[in-house]
Design a protein around this ligand. Structure first.
Ligand SMILES: Cc1ncc(COP(=O)(O)O)c(C=O)c1O
Length: 373
């Protein structure tokens, strides 16, 4: 029996159609701007999000990195959520490569930042002691809040605060299209208020590699230069871009609409887990009192929960039952639904979780220790 792998949507494999498109892709030297498949992908991404231009990059981390290189100069500061991927999970690229600091704000349980706190976080540009505020960054969907989608209205409000202070807004939209589908909004409406958006092809859209950054032509020129600086200028990259072009097609031909299946599966998983003894609410950051896992918080493709067990022990027992999940910050377990996971897999994962909880019950730590985490 193959494992049911719910660790991340990054484990998705390219579809057979994607593999064929890779084999047949027209290619050229992309550093010379001559790869027709990369060019078509960049144009398609820009068109879809209503921006002037796009840039194909190797990963979501590189998308955020080149966006920062394009928006910021050394000694500047970004205002961002303290749990965001760009701050916590990108090897401090902002400091090491961009030469900037981050003013970290607490995110709320719905993944948003408080607008007043963002406004307050800007430094005094007349004080020579201060870094110079240069960018506001948000993450959509916001992973650590159980991948809550952030709305166009919220994005517009935060962009307004950034723009009032003369700085751009960057959206780390690693799962931008999950937000689009969950909210039922037009991608252009969600991207519109932002100055730049980076989205991943290699997650729920099932492509093997890559992300695309979009923004103005001028911004993309600077991001392209940043990409070269970090060694991300690829040559016949059309073989990697070809699956992206398929994924971004309209309607059922592409991979965007399909994300709704992942969201339904995540809700189904949360509903199944919520009824199990030994599982409790986590649902991401800033959790209030422990309680029952609330399936209504599964709005996109993440389920976060706590177990009344040692996390590693539980995950080992779950693996032995044929299901993979992963430890997540704040003593949580994460399960992510994605292409290839069916409702039947979800039901099997719930059953395996029940058994793994039984298998590890005798070794469970005291409830209070786990609940306090
Ligand atoms: C919110 C978010 N941003 C950025 C990234 C970075 O993507 P990559 O792993 O392609 O560098 C991830 C990866 O999981 C992510 O979850």
């Amino acid at each position: 029996m193959p494992m049911i792998d719910l660790r991340s949507d990054t484990v998705t494999r390219p579809t057979p159609e994607m593999r064929r498109a890779m084999a047949e892709a027209e290619v050229g030297d992309d550093v010379f701007g001559e790869d027709p498949t990369v060019n078509a992908l960049e144009e398609r991404a820009a068109e879809l999000l209503g921006k002037e231009a796009g840039l194909f990059v190797a990963s979501g981390s590189m998308g955020n990195l080149v966006s920062q290189l394009a928006h910021l100069s050394r000694g500047q500061e970004t205002i961002a959520g303290g749990n965001s991927h760009m701050v916590v999970h990108e090897a401090a690229g902002h400091a090491v490569i961009v030469g900037t600091s981050v003013r970290q704000l607490p995110e709320r349980p719905d993944g948003t930042l408080d607008l007043g706190e963002v406004a307050e976080a800007f430094r005094d540009p007349n004080d020579p002691h201060n870094p110079i505020s240069g960018l506001v960054e948000i993450e959509n969907t916001h992973a650590d809040s159980m991948a809550q989608p952030l709305s166009p209205d919220y994005t517009a409000s935060i962009a307004a605060v950034a723009h009032e202070h003369g700085v751009p807004l960057h959206v780390d939209g690693a799962r931008f299209f999950n937000a689009v589908v969950a909210l039922g909004v037009d991608p252009q409406a969600l991207a519109g208020p932002a100055d730049s958006v980076s989205f991943c092809l290699s997650k729920g859209l099932s492509c093997p590699v890559g992300s695309v950054v979009v923004g103005t032509r001028e911004f993309i020129w600077r991001a392209r230069r940043g990409r070269k600086l970090v060694g991300g200028g690829m040559r016949q990259a059309g073989v990697l871009a070809a699956p992206g072009l398929l994924a971004l097609r309209d309607g059922a031909l592409g991979m965007i609409e399909r994300l709704a299946e992942d969201h339904a599966n995540a809700r189904r998983l949360a509903e199944g887990l919520a009824d199990l003894d030994g599982i409790e609410s986590a649902g991401g950051i800033a959790q209030p009192a422990p309680g029952r896992l609330d399936p209504a918080r599964a709005t996109t493709n993440f389920v976060l929960f706590k177990v009344h067990r040692d996390g590693t022990d539980f995950l080992g027992a779950l693996r032995a039952r044929g299901v993979l999940m992963i430890e997540y910050p704040h003593n949580q377990i994460r399960a992510v639904t994605h292409y290839g996971i069916t409702p039947a897999d979800v039901d099997s994962a719930v059953a395996a979780t029940r058994r793994a909880l039984e298998d590890t019950a005798s070794r469970a730590p005291a409830m209070s220790r786990v609940a306090a985490g």
